[in-house]
Structure formats: C-alpha cells, structure tokens
Design a protein around this ligand. Structure first.
Ligand SMILES: Cc1ncc(C[n+]2csc(CCOP(=O)(O)OP(=O)(O)O)c2C)c(N)n1
Ligand SMILES: [Mg+2]
Length: 270
C-alpha cells in the first residue's frame, strides 16, 4: 500500500476513533489520535497478520503498552476486518468486547492486555525472545507513552531487550510531550529520549510521528540492523487531527464530548 493510501487509512482511523469516543461521550482521545499514523503503517503495510486467523502462530505482534489508546487500536482492527465496524459503537459499554483499555482475552487481534503503564513493553520483550527461541520469523512491535516512560520497568525492559539482542523488536515512543496532569517536562522530564535509548544500546530513529514515509523508512532501517532492538521516537501532537482537541493541550488526555463537539470533530476528519 502506498503513502497516499496509508494517509487515507490514518484519517479513517482518526474518524472512527473519534466516533467511538464521542458516541460514548468520554474517552482517551488525545493519546489515541496521536498514534493513528503508526497504526496505519503497521497494520496496512508492515505486519504479517491475518484478520481471519488472529491467532496465527507466526504472526507479527503488536503490544500497545499505553493501553488507554484502545479506541485507536479498535478502529484499526475493524478497518482491517477483524470484526464488523458496527461493533465500534459498543466501546466500553456493559458486555462489550472493546473495553477502554486493551484486553487480549476479549478482542480479536489484540495481542496483549495493557492499562497498567510500564508493563506492556516487558511483555513485548518476552514475546520477542520467544519468537527467537521458536525461530518463527515473527517481529514484535510495541508502542509506549512518554509519560509511561517515567516507570522504571520501561528501562529494565529496555536493558533486557539490548542484552538479549532482540533485533526482532521495534518499540515506538509516542513522544507527544504530555501526560494526564501536565507536560512530561513539568512532571518528570524524558527530554531527548533518542539519546537516552541510544545510550541504552538501541538502534534509534527520531522522526515526525505523523510522517508516513519516515515511519516506513525507520521500520525498513530496523530490518537491516542485526543484534540490536530498535526504538523509533515518534514526535507527535496529542489529539492530532481535531483542532479543538489539539488546542485543549493537557486537557485532551480524556475528554467529554457533547453532540455538537462530536459533529464538529467528525466534520473536520471527513
Ligand atoms: C501504572 C499506572 N499508573 C498510572 C496510570 C494512570 N494513567 C493512565 S494514562 C496516564 C498518562 C500516561 O501518559 P502518556 O504515557 O504520555 O500517555 P499519552 O500521552 O500517550 O496518552 C496515566 C498516568 C496507569 N494507567 N498505570
Ligand atoms: Mg504522552
């Protein structure tokens, strides 16, 4: 799939993510919209997956460690054909298969349960090691938050990934510079993450996280590197694509939507 088509997929992911959250009336919109572009590239270009066979043994895996971005993952999986688009209307309602945070026991295509920040990347390291042991050729992708990276467990997992020479692991940091209560710089800075991860021994790219071509080029770069895990720092905008969500800044972490706001947001994403 080419860049223009992937851009269109990212736009659709943003549209349906916003529709899910605004239909429910509340949800983690900011950190969902910031990862739409990487999700488009992963599911519609890079990952060896089969929506008809979600548990295919040698599939590539994705761990969305910042599990509160579930709505964006669900929009992507539905567009890919894992389940009917209609199901998106059930986000976080009683009995749903689409809870606010990702749950691998409920949603076809979700590879890891997440929500307690810091843990997903450890699971991704374990999965990548297992794929090496089984020599199944699968790759493991993981998306972590910048606020999430204040958890010590993230750095312990990174040390393990380097020690274990996991060149089948690609981690993306959604560097949107915001968390719940403020900017990451105000709360506990992870400034210059590229240098930090390079110092830990990762192969690192530092890119515009909304640039489809740059995301593809970095993943291609990772394929050429032997014996080192890759970290792709995605410089992103929290709430990307809906102007009043972007402008809400830290308040866009979890937002309430009125019917008027829903209509305005969807109009902008058409
Ligand atoms: C261990 C843990 N502590 C606190 C929370 C509550 N929490 C949910 S999202 C969030 C902010 C995360 O910020 P970031 O990783 O930057 O996410 P993003 O900006 O991508 O939404 C927090 C503190 C949690 N889910 N898990
Ligand atoms: Mg953040």
């Amino acid at each position: 799939m080419g860049t223009a088509e992937l851009r269109n997929i990212a736009k659709q992911i943003r549209y349906y993510t916003t529709d899910e959250i605004a239909t429910l009336g509340v949800g983690h919109i900011g950190g969902s919209l910031s990862i739409a572009d990487v999700l488009a590239v992963l599911y519609f270009k890079e990952m060896n997956v089969d929506p008809k066979n979600p548990n295919m043994e040698n599939r590539d895996r994705l761990v969305v460690s910042k599990g509160h971005a579930g709505p964006a993952v669900y929009a992507t999986l539905a567009l890919k054909g894992y389940f009917p688009m209609e199901e998106l209307k059930t986000l976080n309602v009683e009995g749903t298969n689409l809870p606010s945070h990702c749950d691998r026991t409920l949603t076809p295509g979700v590879d890891m349960t997440a929500g307690s920040l810091g843990q997903g990347i450890s699971a991704a390291v374990g999965m990548a090691k297992a794929c090496k042991i089984f020599e199944n050729g699968a790759r493991v992708f993981c998306i972590i938050g910048d606020g999430e990276s204040q958890e010590g467990q993230v750095w312990e997992a990174c040390m393990s990934a380097v020690q274990l020479k996991l060149d089948n692991l690609v981690v993306f940091m959604d560097y949107n510079k915001m968390q719940i209560d403020g900017t990451t710089d105000e709360i506990m800075s992870v400034e210059n993450p590229a240098e930090r991860f390079r110092a830990f021994g990762f192969n690192v790219y530092d890119i515009d996280g909304h640039d489809i071509d740059a995301i593809i080029a970095s993943i291609d770069g990772a394929k050429q590197v032997k014996d080192k895990p890759t970290m792709i720092v995605l410089n992103t905008v929290k709430g990307k694509g809906v102007s009043f969500v972007e402008q809400a800044l830290v308040d866009c972490h979890s937002m309430n939507f009125t019917a008027e706001q829903k209509a305005a947001a969807l109009e902008e994403l058409k």
